[in-house]
Design a protein around this ligand. Structure first.
Ligand code: AMP
Ligand code: GLY
Length: 414
């Protein structure tokens, strides 16, 4: 099977390794990929925003499967164009990707499907905004309705900040604050069936102990030793299966990866958000743990054939830590030379914001690399990830030192 993978981040490097490890994958191409994927696949200089170029490339290569990594091409409808060209595609249609592309849309589907989430108002003018803010009170949760590259959500006790953010959005969803630990739980769907993956947790703030600005994610781990034993079954029954059934009933089946961001509140689980693609950096811990051959799995999802498939997992724990460029997330400095990339057993280094400049590898984005450690438990996985990341040299770069720390302590107490 010839596969084209669209995207260029750490998530795509992890997916590329997973796809390539499946003997069913005979040829792997990336658009555009990164210096990491270039070691295991053929990279093609195509922008993820260029639908026409992606379809042309898939046609020219005569691929058997296209896997779309990031949300932008999905929301732009690249999956529809690929399918119209007769190309098997893993990734939702433009209509189904609205689960990520519009918070208002996602709330409506959840309401119709009976999926637990916070109460919310969608507002389009100041009067509606102010009355929604006052209806819920602090902490205020204000979400840009559309895609905002991780900058759309503001959670604050300060009403003036909440109001200013709301007014800066064209359409805004204001919702009740949810209290409780957050987890990410993904499901792989063929449009009728959805196979839940293992839960993971990511760390969204830039600095240790959840200080600092929100980021795309600074690290993740899986499994979650502290989570309720039935969390996967409960999420499947209350969230994933009803969402897939509702999307199918609407005539817009969801084929791809449905990412549920959940809060485990005192009143039970609640959906915080959906994404229409693999999460980053959760993918960098889930794919190394997944035993089921990935290329075959995604091909089956893309061809409505998941009826008899069950996911299998390795016993190992995984911890991933993001190496961030100086200034990330506000103003990341690029073009820094990355020297010394260690080779350590049971670790994997995923490229994200890197580029090749002559013979040198240099930084090209805020999240430069993700380093995953695998081990018997989270403690061992952490030790390995941190041993590797501490040896990478990139001037001014930083990483959080507390990824999976509490969970590894909790695990010892079990
Ligand atoms: P989102 O992009 O919807 O995942 O929001 C980004 C982050 O904002 C989430 O990971 C949460 O930490 C926080 N957040 C979003 N919605 C809520 C909510 N209703 N209550 C509390 N925190 C929230
Ligand atoms: N880990 C957060 C995201 O992928 O959106």
């Amino acid at each position: 099977m010839k596969i084209l993978l669209v995207g260029s981040g750490g998530r795509e490097h992890a997916l590329a390794l997973g796809l390539q490890a499946d003997s069913a994958c005979t040829e792997l191409h990336c658009a555009p990929g990164n210096p990491g994927t270039s070691q295991i696949a053929t990279n093609h200089l195509v922008a993820v925003t260029d639908n026409t170029a992606i379809v042309e490339l898939a046609k020219n290569l005569s691929v058997d499967l296209v896997v779309i990594g990031p949300e932008v091409p999905l929301v732009n409808g690249v999956a529809d164009l690929l399918r119209a060209a007769g190309i098997t595609t893993f990734g939702p249609s433009k209509a189904a990707a609205q689960l990520e592309g519009s918070k208002h849309f996602a709330k409506g589907v959840m309401r119709d499907a009976g999926v637990p989430t916070s109460r919310s108002f969608t507002c389009e003018n100041q009067e509606e905004i102010e009355s929604a803010l006052d209806a819920f009170g602090a902490p205020y949760v204000v979400k840009d309705d559309g895609l905002a590259a991780g900058k759309g959500v503001v959670v604050t006790d300060d009403r003036a900040i909440a109001l200013a953010h709301a007014l800066s959005c064209k359409r805004v969803v204001i919702e009740e604050y949810l209290n409780g630990p957050e987890i990410s739980l993904f499901g792989i769907s063929d449009g009728r069936n959805i196979l839940p993956m293992q839960p993971a947790q990511d760390f969204k703030r830039a600095y240790d102990f959840d200080e600092g600005p929100n980021t795309g994610g600074m690290g993740a781990y899986s499994p979650l030793p502290w989570a309720p034993d039935d969390i996967v079954d409960e999420t499947y029954e209350k969230v994933l299966a009803p969402m897939i059934a509702e999307m199918s009933a609407r005539g817009t089946p969801f084929v791809g990866l449905l990412y549920a961001g959940l809060a485990l509140t005192d009143h039970g689980l609640r959906v915080i958000e959906f994404n229409a693609r693999f999460g980053d950096p959760e993918t960098q811990v889930l794919i190394p743990r997944l035993k089921t051959p990935l290329a075959t799995l995604l091909y089956k999802a893309a061809t409505d054939s998941l009826d008899d498939v069950a996911l299998e997992w390795r016993d190992e724990s995984a911890v991933t830590v993001v190496l961030a460029a100086p200034g990330y997330p506000d103003a990341p400095q690029v073009n820094g030379a990355i020297t010394k990339i260690p080779v350590i057993a049971d670790t994997q280094i995923f490229h994200a914001g890197t580029t090749q400049s002559g013979d040198a590898l240099v930084s090209a984005g805020g999240r430069v690399m993700t380093i995953t450690g695998l081990g018997e438990d989270l403690t061992q996985a952490r030790d390995r990830a941190y041993r590797a990341i501490s040896q990478i040299e990139l001037s001014g770069s930083f990483y959080r030192s507390d990824i999976a720390l509490n969970a590894s302590v909790a695990e010892k107490g079990n």
